[in-house]
Design a binder for this molecule. Structure first.
Ligand SMILES: Cc1cc2nc3c(=O)[nH]c(=O)nc-3n(C[C@H](O)[C@H](O)[C@H](O)COP(=O)(O)O)c2cc1C
Length: 470
């Protein structure tokens, strides 16, 4: 890239499974669990030459006041199963699954990602999350057993073990030599690991895919999370999409890379974002306001407030001011929601400050903190804003979440992408085959001689590279 060349905008799409991010009550909305929805969105964004399709993970249905929280979409299928199906109906699009490192075992997770990478011809990515709530942990044998501080230690060791497993095969381990009567070498799949969290040894069943290792994504935002990303991840899925906070986050994380001998371009930062596109800026602004109010209904506003305040606030007027009373610590409200992260008292203080500064009602505040659209305007306005955001160090691109499932990115792909292409910041066509190619990342360490898509040449002993003796 020359000194004056513009940075490329990396685009991904997420099909949402929870939260108030899609207007599920809109008659145009389809199912968030039907295969047709996944296929439709994946094929749309592949047409737009996006880098990848992304699925988050929620391992427990959220609850509010002892009942399932029923104001947002709820219920979703298992990610790797869905992405394996999508591998068959897409050709280039990366496929990134969120899979938890606190409640799983490395052997099983490594096997599933190696399989996805192979099935998709090198398009797999793994968003390594740790989870923060014991409520989710109750679903698992480990429960909430792991203190928060230990979760990244376990995640880092989990990833180390997974890498050993992916590296436990080399291409030459698969001989399929009918003449010698030898299918695999005696070294195939052998691994051993002894550490604080895992003590395992044996043989790994699954030869890795063309990428060797799937692309590693990270989503935590704590100091430990940022260090984990700086040392081990290739993409951060960030929640910071307000430009000032995003720039600060971007600078902070990129600065940390040097400690691990890595370059700024070795880790891409992609905040979550939504885009509302219409013929004119005015029309888009009016529609965005409508969408925000659909996403944050009066009931949703009160439920979110109750989650932070930890008490019943159903008597409050959503169009009125915030309650003057202090939060309590009753975990009965909106269990599984991330508003608990900073603690109720601190979050309530922040919300109050913001409401006072901007003179916001309860509902307006909840829209401001969670229901605001990131990019709003005509196709030109949205393309310019995205380009500017990336060129000025706010992000390397975005994970776009459509406000309608599955058609919510149609306009973006048909009307914004061509402008980004015209500006020279988004590819006209894929130039590589793997997800790592799309992201412009250097190849992951992979076992010596491990080949590209379609390899190894099973059943063709003569195709074995010359000089390999193992
Ligand atoms: C933008 C973003 C997306 C996340 N997505 C998920 C997810 O899909 N599933 C999940 O279990 N955790 C998710 N998390 C939670 C993180 O993986 C992590 O467990 C949590 O943020 C605790 O780490 P931290 O203290 O470093 O933030 C997400 C976090 C962020 C910031």
């Amino acid at each position: 890239m020359s000194a004056t060349a513009k940075k490329q905008v990396h685009l991904a799409a997420q099909l949402p499974g929870i939260h108030n991010v899609t207007v599920w009550s809109d008659p145009r909305s389809g199912s968030q669990i039907a295969i047709d929805s996944f296929i439709r969105l994946a094929q749309t964004v592949e047409r737009g030459r996006f880098d990848f399709f992304f699925l988050a993970e929620g391992l427990r249905l959220r609850e509010h006041k002892g009942e399932v929280y029923d104001l947002d979409i709820a219920g979703r299928p298992e990610n790797l199963t869905v992405l394996s199906a999508l591998a068959a109906v897409t050709t280039h699009l990366g496929l990134v699954a969120t899979v938890n490192a606190t409640f799983n075992e490395p052997y099983e997770v490594a096997r599933r990602f190696a399989t996805l990478d192979r099935l998709s011809g090198g398009r797999a990515g793994w968003n390594v999350v740790t989870s923060y709530d014991a409520f989710t942990g109750e679903n698992f044998r480990r429960g909430g057993f792991l203190p928060e501080a230990d979760r990244y230690t376990r995640a880092a060791e989990f990833l180390t073990v997974a890498r050993k497993l992916w590296d436990s095969w080399s291409e030459s381990d698969l001989k399929a030599d009918a003449v010698a009567g030898e299918f695999a070498t005696s070294g195939a799949g052998r691994f051993a690991h002894r550490g604080q969290h895992f003590d395992i040894s044996g043989r790994f069943t699954t030869p890795p895919g063309p990428q060797g290792h799937p692309v590693i994504v990270q989503s935590g935002e704590s100091d430990a999370g940022r260090e984990f990303a700086a040392s081990d991840a290739e993409v951060i899925f960030s929640k910071h999409n307000r430009i000032d906070v995003a720039r600060e986050f971007y600078r902070d994380v990129k600065r940390r890379l040097a400690t691990y001998g890595r370059r700024p371009e070795d880790l891409l930062i992609l905040p979550t974002a939504n885009a509302i596109v219409a013929d004119t800026d005015e029309e888009a602004a009016a529609y965005a306001q409508e969408v925000s109010r659909e996403l944050v209904s009066p009931q949703t506003a009160i439920a979110h407030l109750e989650a932070v305040w930890g008490r019943d606030l159903s008597a409050y007027d959503p169009d009125g001011p915030l309650p003057g009373i202090e939060p309590e610590d009753d975990a009965h409200f909106l269990k599984g929601h991330s508003v608990f992260r900073k603690g109720r008292a601190e979050t309530a203080r922040q919300w109050r400050r913001l409401a006072e500064e901007r003179n916001l009602s309860i509902r307006e505040l909840v829209i401001e903190v969670g229901g605001r659209q990131t990019f709003v305007g005509s196709p030109r306005t949205v393309a310019d804003a995205i380009d500017d955001y990336v060129q000025t160090g706010g992000a390397d691109g975005f994970v776009l979440v459509p406000h309608l499932t599955p058609g919510g990115l149609d306009d973006f792909v048909d009307r914004v992408v061509p402008i980004l292409q015209e500006k020279g910041v988004h590819r006209d066509d894929y130039t590589g085959t793997t997800l790592r190619d799309h992201l412009g990342l250097s190849a992951a360490p992979r076992p010596a001689g491990w080949g590209g898509p379609g390899r190894p040449p099973l059943g063709a002993a003569s195709a074995r590279p010359e000089g390999e003796t193992r």
